[in-house]
Write a protein that binds this ligand. Structure first.
Ligand SMILES: Cc1ncc(COP(=O)(O)O)c(C=O)c1O
Length: 376
């Protein structure tokens, strides 16, 4: 075995020994409490039909984009879609990336320069962390949602300062105190960047997100909205000023050096926004969340307080979390354990996602099953 193969084997063995080896599985369980398809758009036949109809209006569309947006891969329909999404989100402009990962990496790494400072909540998504790592800026973190620590870091920050936060945290499900964070950013002339991946479809009028729910559009420097969660498709948009859009077209490497999304993907995104803007689903999804919270409140389940569609059941080791997931899966409930290093060691958990399509009976069954599990 050569050195590289030996290295690979050792790393995999270390993970296996700790019981945290990641593997792919295509097993499906009947009742979905795991996917990010909060509003059921991924399975929506209305969305499929809408997309097919949008495509019939795009005569001669190609299967693939054939190049970067800067070369042969741009399409007037993509720019029209970006303008429509920006209007929906009360933003001046928007630029679509192939994924939320690409959007975050491209935005943060191109924006923050040597001598600038990035201050991030300790629980921000890996894609924001990777964007910060790729930049040459100074980096600080603050304890999750801790405004005092954030202010302390703002006081010592140099250069252009960027504060990174999610509006709904992807693994904890709790929300950031965005109004307070944005005030601090104004006070210290920092630029606030908010990842709305898990707020879209859940918070704000017509699911427009937490920034809009709180009326903070003008206090936020940039927002990242991803399409792979509540919108049930794929890709993401960075929302901000017209200047920021032009800057990203020039400097965001994950935008410049990649083949653009195919037009049927853009048609799906376009159609999903039309459906989102037509009916406000937030009241219905909130009633599902309220039912779950009401039932779970009367149990001994250890959770992180959350009013979003993401709910947690905490364990203090990976074996307990995996066993709990397995027990629930055996009952037909699709629930996955989230292990370290995705979450901190000792904070392993079940990550439960509630959906519009989960019936009240399914939610009741879920909580009844949770109650029968061991909770230390
Ligand atoms: C908060 C957050 N931001 C960004 C991403 C990345 O988005 P995408 O899955 O579109 O790459 C995710 C998804 O894992 C996420 O949870």
């Amino acid at each position: 075995m050569n050195n590289a193969e030996q290295f690979i084997q050792n790393r995999l063995q270390q993970r296996a020994d700790k019981g945290i080896l990641r593997t792919l599985s295509s097993t499906e369980f009947p009742i979905d409490f795991s996917s990010n398809d909060y509003l059921g758009f991924a399975r929506s036949s209305e969305l499929k039909k809408h997309t097919a109809s949008a495509l019939t209006h795009l005569t001669d569309y190609k299967n693939g984009a054939t190049g970067s947006r800067l070369l042969s891969g741009n399409h007037a329909f993509t720019e029209e879609t970006e303008r429509g999404i920006a209007v929906f989100h009360h933003a001046e402009a928007g630029l679509i990336f192939n994924s939320g990962y690409d959007a975050n990496v491209g935005l943060i790494s191109s924006l923050a320069q040597r001598g600038d400072t990035i201050i991030s909540d300790e629980l921000i998504h890996a894609s924001l962390i990777d964007g910060a790592r790729l930049s040459h800026a100074n980096r600080y973190t603050f304890k999750h949602n801790d405004l005092h620590q954030l202010e302390a870091k703002l006081k010592i920050a140099r250069g252009n300062v960027y504060v990174l936060t999610e509006s709904v945290y992807s693994m904890d499900g709790d929300i950031a105190p965005l109004a307070e964070i944005s005030k601090l950013c104004v006070q210290y002339q920092a630029h606030l960047i908010v990842d709305e991946a898990h707020a879209l479809g859940i918070f704000g009028a017509f699911g427009s997100g937490l920034v809009q729910m709180l009326g903070l559009e003008n206090m936020v420097f940039a927002r990242i909205v991803t399409f792979g969660k509540a919108l049930g498709c794929h890709g993401a948009i960075v929302l901000g000023s017209t200047n920021l859009r032009a800057y990203l077209i020039n400097f965001a490497r994950s935008f410049v050096y990649t083949t653009a999304a195919p037009i049927h993907s853009i048609a799906t995104i376009h159609s999903a926004y039309q459906i989102l803007a037509k009916t406000d689903h937030t009241v219905q999804i909130k009633s599902k969340i309220a039912l779950y919270l009401d039932l779970v409140r009367k149990s001994n389940v250890r959770t992180i307080p959350s009013t979003s569609a993401i709910q947690t059941v905490l364990y203090n080791n990976s074996i307990a979390a995996k066993e709990a997931a397995q027990t629930l899966q055996n009952k037909g409930l699709d629930i996955r354990a989230i292990l370290s290093p995705t979450v901190a060691e000792g904070k392993e958990r079940l990550r439960i996602c509630l959906h519009l399509f989960n019936s009240d009976q399914e939610i009741e069954m879920l909580v009844n099953e949770l109650k029968t599990l061991k909770h230390e």
